[in-house]
Design a protein. Sequence first.
Length: 315
Amino acid sequence: MPPKKTSEKSQIDERTPSDDTQTSFARQTGKVREIFSIPAPIKKLFDLVPVVVYPANPLPQRAPKSARIPSLYVFSKGQDAAAGRPSFNPSCLKWQTFLNIAGVDHRLISSNNHASPTGALPFLLPAVRSSDSSQESLLPVPSNKFVKYATEHGGIVEESPSMRYSAYQSLLDHRIRNAWLFTLYLEPLNFDAVAYPLYIASTSSNPVVRTSISYQLRNAAEAELLKHTPIIDTDDLYSEADKAFEALSILLGEDSWFFGNDKPALFDASVFAYTQLLLDDNLGWKEKKLCRALRVRDNLVQHRERLLVRYYGGS
């Protein structure tokens, strides 16, 4: 019986690639390798000069004069920072004033959040005191470590141990801050007259970028307010801020500084951060409900004047 013939399909399935197919594939692979391969002359040059990672350069032995004192990075106009004038941002102004009160010498640098290692202002860049200063001693200092920094660098830091301190600080951190966010970012007249030139127009001349930043700021302010309430009640915001100013006014009484201290302290700086800005007519406030709520408290107005004259030359 003659051997059974293998079907044509089986022959095709079992057939190994032809020499022509292998040659074609090899040619294609070779072309790809040629495209991505380093030319021989360049490769020889790289072999002679291998890549070396060098250690970081040492700090200069003589630091510029401007680096010999700490630099405080804040929201400010360039000319105002150079003159040491108050920042237009409450958080920055609080710590700027605290450093002045503590006697920590520093210079101001006009900046923005993008320049901050923590994504927020203010921050302090320590002074370069000598060529052998450690890298750790030159790291930026965030605001929550300013009190410690001032204490360690000869600053005079006094604060009242009063049990009421936290309660009154809460008035600033919540009621007054919430009203501030609303009046600055969500009152249309104030946003156009105050927030826009300070935080947006100075950042970019591109209209698309300006529109984007405007949206981000207003949206962030709204989101912050909605953390504490399902709806934003304008009347309630201003009413709560008015009560907070009244409570602070009663606390201060006829004293020069809060909690009966002989000298201003951090809490005085915290209050000044809002009173200075709300009473600064140069900012161009249009909707003045919050400003009026403060202005009728004469002792808070006088407290602001004392700090302004004492640490900013009345500017």
